[in-house]
Write a protein that binds this ligand. Structure first.
Ligand code: CTP
Length: 398
């Protein structure tokens, strides 16, 4: 998949640097050439010898490694690659990149390159959540830097949260996608995500607890596999992933219009928690208490079922239509019936009872229901569910 691609791999100083060794092996297995650069901090975690042995190339460590070579060695090094990958990308490296600093070899290469840059951040959750890191990340995304991960989980420091470096297969998939070589290359996939808001008046609305985390993870996974993704999202708690076409909507009917406008597509994944009902007598001005003590009477109408509409369309139907089923009891039975009723190809069912912590949480335990029956997947991070589902979608469209 990566035959003869040249990857400049910058290994920063984090406990996850050991994963960079495995990354080198996997990339070489796929036919890529890896030129490794080890930062001073990186050397505290992995040795130059093991890096260069696995890469079968010289490991660059210092700006002055390059002075005895051709003039402007760092420019050449940064441009000979097809892609620059930073794994692990520490908070310090991200800050240097965002600020355009060039005080050492790694930051100089990152400033000098004219190639795309993919980073795999890793750090303690508090560092990841710090406003400075948020600012740097936003700047890097605005600069066109590609980001894979971080995932959620228990970290080396014992804390739990976002900050764990993406796993090696995920980084390899992101590298493939960055080089335009993923299994979904040339495919267009629509993903709906998040809740919808149904107005009661200009300041009030009816909503639900969906965070949009599973939909965002789904869109990122499909992007990483090389798909062009139209991401139709209601007002979600998590930001949309970079590198997808975002269409932000509020109501179910706006979501329906956006999905229909995004067709044709090879596949459509309906991860949104669409409100089943809208208020038909929504007020145009803020509702006031009228002193009578009587509550206002809201009248409801059923919203269009976007999944069913797309699944049941004749010409122009995506080849694969995937729905989600959020249930709180007899999950398999309800979801199987939902698949038949809506006419979609697959249903990804999950139990959203409050005690599962799934709605709004970082993990999901799903059951995939296809024409061939039901499979229960173990509980895992939403990003991992998305990655596996993405691979299944790629298989189905192959
Ligand atoms: N869905 C949709 N449009 C709607 C309602 C739901 O596209 N108006 C999609 C969701 O995105 C999801 C699937 O349909 O993929 C199932 O949604 P869910 O809320 O679980 O099912 P409901 O249609 O509400 O069925 P029920 O009332 O039986 O739970």
């Amino acid at each position: 998949m990566l035959a003869d691609k040249r990857i400049l791999l910058i290994i920063g100083g984090g406990i996850a640097a050991y994963k960079a060794l495995d990354l080198i092996r996997r990339l070489r297995e796929q036919g890529a050439h890896v030129t490794p650069v080890l930062t001073r901090a990186g050397e505290e975690f992995v040795t130059p010898l093991s890096v260069s042995a696995l890469a079968a190339e010289k490991v660059y460590r210092d700006l002055f490694d390059l002075t005895d070579e051709a003039e402007m060695g760092h420019i050449e090094l940064s441009r000979a690659a097809d892609l620059v990958v930073v794994a692990p990308a520490t908070a310090d490296l991200m800050a240097k990149m965002a600020a355009g600093l060039a005080g050492d070899l790694a930051s100089t290469l990152l400033l000098a390159t004219d190639k795309r840059v993919l980073i795999a951040p890793t750090m303690n959750v508090r560092m990841w959540d710090h406003p400075a890191t948020r600012r740097n990340l936003a700047q890097l995304l605005a600069d066109g830097v590609l980001v894979v991960g971080p995932g959620e989980g228990t970290m080396a420091c014992g804390e739990f949260g976002a900050g764990r470096m993406a796993e090696v297969p995920e980084i390899v998939a992101a590298i493939g996608a960055a080089l335009g070589d993923g299994p979904l290359k040339g495919r267009h996939v629509i993903v709906t995500s998040g809740p919808t808001h149904e107005p009661i008046d200009p300041v009030r609305y009816i909503a639900n607890r969906s965070s949009g985390a599973q939909g965002a993870a789904m869109a990122a996974a499909l992007r990483d596999l090389g798909a062009r993704v139209s991401f139709v999202t209601g007002p979600a708690a998590v930001p949309p992933p970079a590198g997808v076409d975002v269409v932000a909507v509020e109501t179910a009917r706006e979501m329906q219009a956006a999905v229909l406008a995004a067709l044709p597509a090879d596949a459509a994944v309906f991860a949104a928690a669409v409100a089943d009902w809208r208020v038909v007598n929504a007020a145009t001005q803020k509702m006031k208490k009228d002193g009578s003590g009587l509550p206002p009477a809201l009248e409801f109408a059923e919203n269009p079922d976007i999944l069913a509409q797309v699944a049941q369309m004749g010409a122009g139907r995506p080849r694969l239509v995937v729905g989600f089923a959020a249930e709180t009891e007899t999950v398999a039975d309800h979801a199987t019936a939902k698949r038949a009723r809506k006419g979609c190809d697959w249903i990804v069912a999950n139990d959203v009872s409050p005690e599962t912590g799934i709605m709004g949480g970082g993990e999901n335990a799903v059951m995939l229901i296809t024409g061939d029956g039901a499979e229960s997947w173990p509980r895992m991070a939403k990003g991992e569910v998305a990655r596996r589902l993405g691979l299944r979608i790629a298989d189905a469209l192959a």
